[in-house]
Every structure is written in structure tokens, then in C-alpha cells.
Design a binder for this molecule. Structure first.
Ligand SMILES: [Fe+2]
Ligand SMILES: [Fe+2]
Length: 245
């Protein structure tokens, strides 16, 4: 068996223990497998299909808040917490502190590729337009230095993508557009406070940002995912990533 087959077999065994059948979304495995092939599914043994909470995941409250998503669905978020703390230390506005706290939430809990855009879409109904805009464009701006604020091309990117990596035309276009926008500096300040490598000895707690989030994030009373906003479905997918439909 290949590593992938072994992983699939182990996972199959695990999902057999569930009382519901789980079939993965194509995007969860595309690349590891050819997405044109049929999605692997367990044999039909009379069990019902997953349509809600997956017992392998911690259960979320019925009306989940932003912090509940940090606690129960996001990966380690020290990068976000430390970036927000750095922003605070640098004396930027609370809105920018919030933007730093949330700028990579797509990576933390949803989809990595094009994370600036996904993060912005998740947040748009709940934050200032300027905050979402800044988050959307930070992804492109990270590739372009701005000496006026001491922002240099990240050394980490040289290591990750190679010295000869050139951003694709759509990223260059996004940079050109953002550069001339009235909110350019909002997005740029996210990149300035975007810590490349966080210090493992520094612990930052989510609660440090309770007030900033309380003042600048419009938490829906029905809970994120259940409020009929244009991005509610995205939050529901993070809550219930294995639902069949
Ligand atoms: Fe980012
Ligand atoms: Fe980041």
C-alpha cells in the first residue's frame, strides 16, 4: 500500500466507527488524488449520511462566536495573536489590531490558497469595510516592498518559494490596484505587523483582544453560521466540514 492508501484505510476504519457515513468534499483531497476520479466512499451498510456534527470534532456551542471558532475549529493561532499584539504595541488603531488578529483566519480554519480573499469574505459582513479590504489585499502586498514604512520582501518567501519566484499577473494587478487605493495603508500595516516567525516563549491569550473584538466585530446573535449573512455558509462549513450536503 502507498502512504496515501494507508492513510485512507486508517481513516476509513475511523469513519466506520462513526454512526454516520462521511464522504469528503473534492477540495479536501484534490491534488492528493485526481479530482476527476470518483470520491472514495464507504460501502453502503445502511448507515445514514453525515448531516451535522462530526463526533471526531469538538462540539461547538449552538450559537458560536468568533472566539469559539478560534477555540474549537482553528489550528494554532499564535501567529495571529502575536501579530495583533505587535500591532497594539506599535500603536495602530483598534481596527488595524483587529485586522491583524484576523488576517489569516482562512489559513487557520478554512482554505490556505488565496487566503487573503477567503479571510476577507468570511469577515465582510461583520467588520468595517476597510478592515475586510485590508485583509483581502494583504496577501498581494506581502510580495511587494514598501521602504516608506520599512517593509521588505520577506526572507521567508525566498526560502519558501525560491529567489526567482515572481508573483503571477493577477497578484501584481491586485498590488497595483491596492497601492493607489485610499485604504492602502490599512492593508500595508497588516503586512508590517505580520510576524514571519513567532516567538514560542511568548504566550498571548485570545482574551487580550476581547474588548477590541467586542467593539469592532459584529457578532450575530444567532451565532456565526446561523445568521443568513452572505458568508454564513462558510462559517457553517467550518463548523460542520463533513456534512454530505
Ligand atoms: Fe497572510
Ligand atoms: Fe500572516
Amino acid at each position: 500500500m502507498t502512504t496515501l492508501q494507508r492513510a485512507e484505510a486508517a481513516e476509513h476504519a475511523l469513519s466506520q466507527e462513526l454512526d454516520r457515513v462521511v464522504v469528503k468534499s473534492v477540495i479536501f483531497t484534490s491534488g492528493e488524488r485526481d479530482p476527476r476520479q470518483p470520491v472514495p466512499r464507504p460501502p453502503d451498510d445502511g448507515r445514514l449520511y453525515m448531516m451535522g456534527h462530526d463526533a471526531r470534532l469538538p462540539k461547538m456551542p449552538d450559537k458560536p462566536t468568533l472566539f469559539d471558532f478560534f477555540r474549537y475549529r482553528f489550528g494554532p493561532s499564535m501567529h495571529l495573536l502575536q501579530s495583533a499584539r505587535l500591532a497594539m504595541k506599535n500603536g495602530v488603531s483598534e481596527k488595524i489590531v483587529l485586522a491583524c488578529l484576523l488576517h489569516d483566519i482562512a489559513i487557520a480554519g478554512f482554505i490556505r490558497s488565496d487566503h487573503g480573499y477567503w479571510s476577507a469574505q468570511l469577515l465582510e459582513p461583520y467588520v468595517d469595510e476597510e478592515v475586510a479590504w485590508g485583509i483581502r489585499y494583504h496577501q498581494a502586498l506581502r510580495f511587494f516592498p514598501d521602504e516608506s514604512v520599512g517593509y521588505r520582501y520577506p526572507e521567508l518567501y525566498v526560502k519558501l518559494f525560491g529567489a526567482d519566484y515572481v508573483p503571477e499577473p493577477h497578484i501584481q494587478e491586485a498590488h497595483r490596484y491596492a497601492r493607489n487605493h485610499k485604504w492602502y495603508m490599512t492593508s500595508r500595516l497588516i503586512t508590517v505587523n505580520d510576524l514571519y516567525s513567532f516567538d514560542p516563549s511568548v504566550q498571548v491569550e485570545l482574551e487580550e483582544f476581547t474588548d477590541v473584538v467586542g467593539r469592532h466585530f459584529r457578532q450575530p446573535k444567532e451565532g456565526l453560521g446561523f445568521d443568513q449573512s452572505p458568508s454564513a455558509h462558510m462559517w457553517r462549513t467550518i463548523n460542520w466540514p463533513t456534512r454530505y450536503l
